[in-house]
Design a protein around this ligand. Sequence first.
Ligand code: 5GP
Length: 227
Amino acid sequence: MLKTKRQGSLIIISGTTCAGKGTVVQHLIQRNQNLSLSISYTSRDMRDGETNGVEYFFVTQEEFEKKIEQGDFLEYETVQYGKYYGTPKKEVHELLEQGRDVILEIDVKGAQKIKEMFPETILIFIMAPSMEEVKKRIKARGKENNEQIIKRFQVAYQEINEIPKYNYVVVNDEVQLAVQKIEAILLSEKCRVDRIEEIAVENQEEIIHEFLMDKDFDNSNSFDFEV
Ligand code: 5GP
């Protein structure tokens, strides 16, 4: 009776530094068959433990600029230290057309650009429970120098100011709980009235007639409404 839109939903997940959004997204992808993660392109260096085509497609600055000229990106930004990050247009369109829901794990500026292009995008912001916790997580990583850590904090504070532009905010104090909250968001988004393409009640009279003529159904007192 209800025909909902076949096209998948676009979901943006952004978050402050060390909010654990990567882990939350991995859990979401593993647990939900219809979810795909869009893999961005970047010109930043590959970090230890990263693989080309898994976390990102790693390209040079020149290769990235060529792709910009070719119009290959839905959006792109210079996010950190002048390095490019961009969402591939063709791959995302193809996934949505197949009816898959697509997660973009991108920054606040990129999120706004996508929202302008696709107003139905679901924007979710993931936060660490506190900045104290962020400090602990950065220290535990131990990978960055003081200058980089200060830069990360500055960006985090700027991004927190942008939360009102999002539809949902999820505090990641416990990964499983954060994942469940996002699944609940996605489930309720599926039930939104504006996802309905068509409400069809076909052959109303025929169906009522068949129902009244149905021998298996004792309709002798169907209209005996008590007043
Ligand atoms: P990292 O270098 O730590 O993997 O990511 C740095 C930032 O870049 C993160 O905030 C991440 O969300 C953002 N980012 C990753 N891919 C994209 C993208 O395609 N577009 C935009 N605008 N931001 C991205």
